[in-house]
Design a protein around this ligand. Structure first.
Ligand code: ADP
Length: 191
């Protein structure tokens, strides 16, 4: 068995994945891999990939699987000595989950668990509009785009709970409460 801790931090937009990742990285010495952050870096650098991704992100749609899978593969290969990874916003489709399993199984370092933050839709919309007012993230400023992202999540991403449950790796976490309380729930679930 591998000693590495590889966590999929899962949940709808606005569930608090980014906030909670920061604590888990510190506590367990993990490397943070956020496809949203990687895509925003491409947009910022004005690359061709960034230009193509921006339109989709601003419409609340998912970026193509091969693009995000390639970004994750590059980052993992550049960090082979990491103690483990925390995957944030990835995988978002079944094809992404299968590709990730393929990459990790080839190294005998499988996913340890999926921690799924559960938050009701109206609370998500409220949090994201609040974030949009201060962060400048364009996809957080329009309620229509927010609801589209939540729909994409329900349709394409939420089914991954079954994918990980069938491997005995799914752990649901109540994502409503104080940041500290939610961190404690995650730490307890990691065990
Ligand atoms: P949030 O969790 O608030 O939606 P993210 O930063 O994770 O924020 O993602 C922002 C956008 O980036 C998504 O709406 C989507 O367009 C794109 N994106 C991020 N990760 C992926 C992924 N794994 N697959 C496809 N698109 C992605």
């Amino acid at each position: 068995m591998s000693e590495k801790l590889n966590i999929v931090l899962f949940g709808p937009p606005g569930a608090g994945k980014g906030t909670q990742s920061a604590f888990l990285i510190d506590r367990y010495g993990l490397m943070h891999l956020s496809t949203g952050d990687l895509l925003r870096a491409e947009i910022h650098a004005e690359t061709d990939l960034g230009k193509a991704a921006r339109e989709l992100m601003d419409a609340g749609e998912l970026v193509a699987d091969h693009i995000v899978i390639g970004m994750i593969r590059n980052k993992m290969e550049a960090n082979l000595d990491a103690k483990g990874f925390i995957f944030d916003g990835f995988p978002r489709t079944r094809a992404q989950a299968e590709a990730l399993d393929g990459m990790l199984n080839a190294k005998s370092e499988p996913i340890t668990c999926m921690l799924a933050l559960e938050v009701p839709e109206e609370e998500l919309v409220k949090r994201l509009l609040g974030r949009g007012a201060t962060s400048g993230r364009s996809d957080d400023q329009d309620e229509g785009v927010i609801r589209k992202r939540i729909n994409e999540y329900e349709e394409k991403t939420a089914p991954l709970k079954e994918y990980y449950a069938s491997q005995g790796k799914y752990k649901g976490i109540d994502g409503v409460g104080s940041i500290e309380d939610i961190t404690s729930r995650l730490v307890e679930a990691i065990g």
